[in-house]
Design a binder for this molecule. Structure first.
Ligand code: UDP
Ligand code: MG
Length: 325
């Protein structure tokens, strides 16, 4: 009879989408780091509907004796990183803390030791902050900077640290708070910030990707930014109202001016171009504001369906607990 499995203290959650190439190397480095930390640990690999051999690579890691405690969570299709992350946290058993890290070695596993040190000092949310963004183009750096500045101004009390990804350590109580937020549109950076708790940054250098390629294009980053804004603030709705007010005010003033001009100089019927200009401008303003309202309406639509966030094809918990001292 197997005795009750001892629960791990630390869970490492790794979302994987087409990462077959780099995963064995990642696991090796992770294992070395976790063993050195010396707490009971497990790693939860979430296969997010990969189209390559990622799943069989994870299964192979599970089979290798002495490769630590490996759990495999296979989602029924690709749900996207944010959902995969949530699924992994749902299935992580770590009693002390969970660590979220990318599989592509852009987040060096060695930083985990520093994250754990901060957690030992009682910090609930230890996020790894990029010291430099080498490997990113200047355009990506510029847009990222603009986004964080915008979010700080309209983010309504929720402050998101800049140059921070999902790579971080989250204490058990913070994970529980995070998992209570079941919204479908999951802007994780925002959710991490929303729950609060003592937080601290640990600086690190982000490495370029090993193998495979990034699944985020500029278009998806743009959508990501929209997601971030619309799921954390209703300021754009208010801006739409103000634009409407401003345009209305302007047309009242302009109307008054026309009345006075007609009284003073008569009406020689010019003004077709200015009429077209005003009509097209107003049409544009209306479409934009309608679009803004539509963005929020679409989100309400998605939330009201109350679907589960993801579907699990199979979950195999770690059989053992990784190296304990
Ligand atoms: N990822 C995922 N599902 C997706 C896209 C990405 O689980 O639909 C994972 C991917 O395997 C990696 C992490 O999310 O571990 C970050 O992805 P990527 O490296 O493509 O993003 P970037 O580093 O360019 O922001
Ligand atoms: Mg990456």
């Amino acid at each position: 009879m197997p005795s009750d499995p001892v629960l791990p203290v630390l869970s490492v959650v790794v979302p994987c989408f087409n990462e077959a190439e780099g995963l064995p190397g990642f696991h090796e480095r992770l294992q070395a780091v976790m063993t050195a930390i010396g707490l009971a640990w497990e790693v939860v690999y979430v296969n997010d509907g990969s189209r390559d051999r990622t799943l069989s690579v994870i299964d192979r890691l599970r089979a290798v004796p002495g490769s630590g405690a490996v759990a495999c969570l296979n989602l029924s299709r690709n749900f996207g990183k944010e959902i995969a992350l949530t699924a992994g946290l749902d299935h992580a058993r770590g009693t002390g803390a969970c660590i979220v890290i990318d599989a592509d070695l852009q987040d060096p596993p060695e930083v985990i030791a520093a994250l754990v040190d901060a957690w030992r000092e009682g910090i609930d949310m230890v996020y790894a902050q990029r010291r430099a963004r080498q490997g990113d183009s200047w355009l990506k750096r510029l847009t990222a900077k603009a986004f964080y500045r915008l979010m700080r101004r309209i983010g309504d009390r929720v402050v998101m640290p800049p140059d921070t990804g999902d790579f971080r350590l989250i204490s058990r109580r913070a994970v529980n708070s995070l998992l209570a937020l079941r919204e479908r549109h999951r802007f994780m950076k925002g959710l991490f910030a929303w729950i609060g708790y003592p937080a601290r940054a640990v600086l690190y250098d982000r490495d370029p990707r090993v193998g495979g390629r990034s699944s985020f294009s500029y278009w998806s980053l743009w959508n990501f930014a929209l997601e971030g804004i619309t799921s954390f603030t209703v300021v754009p709705l208010r801006v739409a109202t103000y634009i409407g007010l401003l345009v209305a005010l302007f047309s009242i003033v302009y109307g008054g001016f026309l009345v006075i001009r007609t009284l003073a100089f008569g009406n020689p019927v010019p003004g077709y171009p200015s009429l077209m200009a005003v009509i097209t401008f107003l049409g544009g303003v209306q479409l934009v504001t309608l679009g803004v309202v539509g963005e929020y309406l679409g989100r309400i639509f998605n939330e009201t369906k109350q679907r589960p966030l993801y579907v699990v094809e199979r979950f195999e918990a770690a059989r053992t607990v990784g190296d304990r001292t």
